[in-house]
Write a protein that binds this ligand. Sequence first.
Ligand code: ATP
Length: 364
Amino acid sequence: MADLSAIDIRDVFKHFGHGEARFAAVDGANLSIRQNEFFTLLGPSGCGKTTLLRLIAGFEFPSEGELVLHGENIAAMPPFKRPINTVFQNYALFPHLTVAENIGFGLKMLGKGKDVIAARVSEMLKLVRMEHLAKRATSQLSGGQQQRVALARALAPSPKVLLLDEPLSALDYKLRKEMQIELKRLQAETGITFVFVTHDQEEALTMSDRIAVMSSGKILQVGAPRDIYDRPADRFVADFIGETNFLKGKITALNEGKAQVAMTCGATLSAPAPEASRAGDEVTVMLRPEHARLVGADDPNAILTGSLANIIYFGTDTYFNVSLSDGSLFTVRQQNRPGEEGGRSEGDIVGISFPSDAIRVLRG
Ligand code: ATP
């Protein structure tokens, strides 16, 4: 069941503008979103996430390509006929209606009877834990409460797919964290496919079953959070998701799928080669700061050496920025533990070690 497809996006393009100003806001997207999945479209501002979501909703129509929902081509179907609902960033509640009236609004428009509406509204109030506020005007609710009403209203007609366009961005940090857990729970309890749009990589990593990373209208990578974080397809994805050190280098030899890389900072290392690599190829070596550790400069485990440019205390962690011989800065992020503080000063010559499976070699 979990692997049945809910939405298939096939070779979809959406162009805006005319003549020389014409451009593809969605540029040849291919994607299969599974039933029951918490799926996230992630990318920087302007990369086309909202446009892709609006194509699924039917607020925009594709210039080319197919949109298939549970096996049916819906590319030309008007939005109100699609079994899809959307939750917007600004909630778009009706201020003159109560919480219960807002939640029942969609069902009323569908011509459902009073008793059916009342039963469903009470179910939805329970689902979002707002039973005690049923009669309150929505203008008298906090931001988090309004967001719950918007969710309940969108879920009430039992859509097959719920689209969420940056629904948490108007909330403060603590409330956003709470609502992230709440959204995960609502998705699990209702079993509805959620398609969530965000530009916040941490939000995407913590909430999603799978993520599509977008840039300039293109889908660069689709995968589970851990796949994307640990095995980014390219430099853009690696840089956008999490903190990363990039080291320039050149492949000097290849052996059984492993590349030996001579880096501009002087060190050499060996790691799985990108597909179809050849000796002489320019590559970028990627290493997450939390996978590296500071050691003594003469420690046999030191792979890189450099001088400590600065130390930034960050509460849970400390960042050590090390200046390498080619002038680049390498960041080591270490967890702070009681009794282990201090011992390093700016200007110290230090070594950096990391496990060999933490290294990724990327093309270019
Ligand atoms: P954000 O996170 O800032 O909302 P986004 O990734 O959702 O960004 P989109 O809103 O999909 O990006 O926009 C993608 C590109 O398409 C942008 O360059 C935007 O200016 C353009 N665009 C979106 N809608 C239209 C429109 N109706 N007419 C012309 N250009 C548009």
